[in-house]
Design a binder for this molecule. Structure first.
Ligand SMILES: Cc1cc2nc3c(=O)[nH]c(=O)nc-3n(C[C@H](O)[C@H](O)[C@H](O)COP(=O)(O)OP(=O)(O)OC[C@H]3O[C@@H](n4cnc5c(N)ncnc54)[C@H](O)[C@@H]3O)c2cc1C
Length: 382
């Protein structure tokens, strides 16, 4: 049960998504264009500052508030939802959690207002599941500056006109025979930091995803985020939280499928009845609703534990696993219910179908979630 404040926020974002995003987002998607105007309005509403304290220009809410907003946006469109998720959860939160007072003062007010977007560069062409194994990017201290060399793959929000800063995970040395990994803040436009053209993607087509390359890219030594050698621990924490956010986004997509189908099956006629008359269709929608409901409970529970300061790694992995499955299953069934129209870009369910698959991949694949759950159950030492 949501309290009044959460309820109010949910309703406000629901109206914004229906009235502002829904009428135009299909065209942005088809043009593969980043929706600057929508993002600007999301900034004006304070969505980018939801979990950040007021002293940093935020709304003084919490991470669950962010999740509610992500869910409501994704009910209508996932590109805008992932833009918010990556900007806040991957861009701003690491600076808030681990940054120095100066880094917070420099970046958080701008990130919280949505005036600039943040990004997080972890994945490399050589691997995203096994981050340390696949990492080749290096950062070497030279004359009071980090010199960064390497390539990052699939980085969200990294090449928009309003991208401000990217947190780059890099190898900064060796400790106990292992790679020492640290995170370094690289402002957009730094010489030696090149952003490729946008990938051509299967889904999330109104969001920005790019490959980044660093060639003798120099930033001041003070751009180190938190402690040297803590990069691995930082991104594990960031990803644990991010999984709850991706679960919320997935639940939104799953709910959007239910919403669209409930409308359509009343209108579409076949064999003398609205198709919703047939039990085969009713059962599909009942299953969709059940998956959405249980996935929502899973992410609410993970968020509750996180906000209470309790361990939540297993719950976050479960929430991400079941809700990305729900999004995938619901979008497949919704497209089926829409028949040929489901395959037309004019109807949102086709877009939901294309957007759902990445939810089983990004911020840890479903296999990685199962590995995390098994590890939490003590199975990794067998
Ligand atoms: C649109 C998009 C946006 C993204 N945004 C970002 C971003 O902003 N920042 C960022 O850093 N990254 C981002 N990513 C990267 C994303 O997190 C990775 O793609 C993801 O973690 C998987 O890594 P990979 O693609 O290298 O696959 P791999 O790690 O190569 O995995 C390939 C397959 O092998 C499986 N696998 C791997 N290891 C095991 C194992 N031990 N047991 C069983 N199966 C295994 C995986 O589950 C997967 O099915 C984004 C990706 C996409 C597509």
């Amino acid at each position: 049960m949501l309290n009044d404040e959460y309820s109010e926020l949910r309703k406000t974002v629901e109206s914004f998504a229906r009235e502002v995003v829904a009428p135009v987002i299909g065209d942005y998607y088809e043009r593969e264009e980043f929706p600057y105007d929508i993002v600007r309005q999301m900034g004006a509403m304070g969505l980018f500052g939801l979990p950040l304290p007021e002293e940093h220009g935020g709304m003084g809410g919490d991470y669950f508030a962010l999740c509610l907003a992500l869910e409501e946006l994704a009910r209508v469109d996932s590109s805008v939802s992932i833009t918010l998720e990556a900007a806040v959860s991957l861009g701003a939160m690491p600076i808030y959690r681990f940054g120095t007072a100066e880094q917070k003062a420099t970046w958080l007010p701008k990130l919280a207002s949505g005036e600039v977007l943040g990004a997080f560069g972890l994945t490399e062409p050589g691997g995203g599941s096994d981050v340390p194994g696949g990492m080749r990017t290096t950062a070497v201290l030279d004359g009071g500056e980090w010199v960064i060399n390497g390539t990052k793959a699939f980085i969200t929000n990294s090449g928009t006109d309003i991208t401000g800063v990217v947190g780059v995970a890099a190898i900064t040395g060796e400790r106990d025979g292992k790679k020492e990994i640290s995170t370094i803040l690289v402002p957009a436009g730094t010489p030696g930091f090149t952003v490729s053209k946008k990938y051509s993607k299967v889904g999330w087509n109104a969001s920005d995803t790019r490959e980044l390359s660093f060639t003798d890219c120099r930033v001041p030594a003070e751009n180190l985020l938190g402690e040297r050698g803590r990069g691995y621990a930082q991104f594990l924490q960031t990803l644990d939280e991010g999984r709850i956010a991706i679960a919320a986004l997935s639940v939104g997509l799953a709910q959007g499928c239910v919403d669209e189908c409930l409308r359509y099956v009343r209108e579409r006629q076949a064999f003398g009845h609205p198709i919703g008359h047939y039990q085969a269709i009713q059962f599909k929608i009942a299953d969709m609703e059940a998956r959405t409901h249980t996935s929502r409970l899973a992410y609410y529970h993970a968020a509750e534990k996180m906000l209470a300061g309790q361990p939540f790694k297993k719950e976050a992995a479960i929430a991400k696993l079941v809700s990305s499955n729900a999004a995938m299953d619901n979008s497949r069934e919704a497209t089926q219910i829409f028949g040929g129209y489901g395959f037309m870009n004019e109807f949102p369910v086709g877009r939901f179908y294309r957007d759902a698959k990445i939810l089983e991949i990004g911020e840890g694949t479903s296999e990685v979630q199962r590995m995390l759950i098994a590890r939490q159950l003590g199975l990794s030492d067998l």
